[in-house]
Design a protein around this ligand. Structure first.
Ligand code: ATP
Length: 298
């Protein structure tokens, strides 16, 4: 039996700017993206036919609407694969949190099936396939640190920012990305982030200067709908975060810390008040095969 195990890291946005709206309704964005050390684990097992998704049904759909199943369907149809796959998802990335959990799973399925069925596709080709399913999927294939433009799918890789200590807080509610973009009024944006300054300050470890340049133009929109976003930011700031920001369209908020020790202490305190708190750090890679296939590493 052919089985492959993969790591599918989530992401945060160090910056998120919306620069325009296209005639087709999509928004033009400019985002400094970052993989994080919080990942789902996927196990792909070849089977005779069909696509089966297994995992925790209380937190994600296990039918063909799962983004991982859609990625498998795309590969099977495009390459006329005979056979099927069972996709087991051990979910660690909170859902509807702005952490690209579904996109990471889909990216892992594309990379995993490429190896399992020896399709010989490059990362660029996998990213091209993934873009048709979701704008964050190309980033999840490459990972690390990158500037994303267009609708989020046009990537410029940057030297990866690694091991920056983070605390993530996910409130009990999730947020629908579509509803936040619908409520966004471009002429009401009063602060736009400067991704170049943010990248330089992060690379130099000057975290306390970040707040003048870091920003997410969706934060005010989501915070208007869910005031708890601002409350969490305040709680992160009060536990010693150098800066705090919402990721994507929310609902997760992250704080940047000077040291892993400080971040762990802050996470312990925040766990007393919030149901989902994670200590993590910035991470230098995207999806990765950890066992099985031709890239077996253990
Ligand atoms: P987005 O910006 O695309 O909304 P997100 O990171 O905020 O992404 P996800 O965790 O990807 O949120 O979940 C978004 C939606 O996708 C949820 O409604 C969820 O039920 C659905 N979904 C489908 N497949 C998955 C999956 N494999 N993991 C998580 N959610 C999934």
């Amino acid at each position: 039996m052919n089985t492959i195990k993969l790591k599918a890291p989530g992401k945060i946005n160090w910056t998120l700017n919306v620069t325009g709206r296209r005639p087709d309704g999509y928004h033009e964005v400019e985002m400094l993206m970052q993989s994080i050390s919080l990942w789902d684990e996927l196990i792909l097992t070849e089977c005779r036919e069909g696509i089966e998704v297994a995992g925790n049904a209380r937190i994600m759909p296990l039918d063909e609407s799962n983004l991982a199943a859609k990625a498998a369907r795309l590969i099977m149809d495009r390459f006329g694969v005979k056979g099927g796959v069972r996709i087991e998802i051990n979910k660690n990335i909170p859902v509807s949190a702005g952490l690209a959990g579904g996109s990471a799973d889909a990216a892992a399925v594309l990379a995993g099936l490429n190896a399992l069925w020896q399709l010989g596709l490059s990362d660029e080709e996998l990213a091209g396939l993934g873009a048709a399913l979701g704008a964050d999927i190309p980033f999840c294939i490459f990972g690390g640190t990158a500037l994303a433009r267009g609708i989020g799918d046009r990537l410029t890789s940057l030297p990866a920012l690694e091991d920056i200590p983070l605390v993530l807080v996910k409130p009990s509610f999730g947020v629908s990305t579509a509803s936040v973009y619908q409520a966004l009024k471009l002429d009401e944006i009063n602060f736009r982030p400067d991704w170049e300054m943010v990248y330089q300050l992060l690379a130099a470890g000057e975290f306390y200067l970040l707040s003048s340049y870091m920003g997410n133009v969706l934060e005010q929109v989501t915070a208007k709908l869910y005031p708890q976003i601002n409350e969490i930011k305040e709680a992160l700031d009060n536990t010693g975060a150098a800066v705090s920001m919402m990721t994507g369209s929310g609902s997760a908020v992250f704080g940047v810390f000077e040291s892993a020790r400080q971040a762990r202490k802050a996470a312990e305190k925040l766990k007393l008040h919030y149901p989902h708190v994670f200590f993590a750090s910035s991470y230098g890679r995207g999806v990765e095969i950890v066992q099985g296939g031709s890239l077996w590493t253990e």
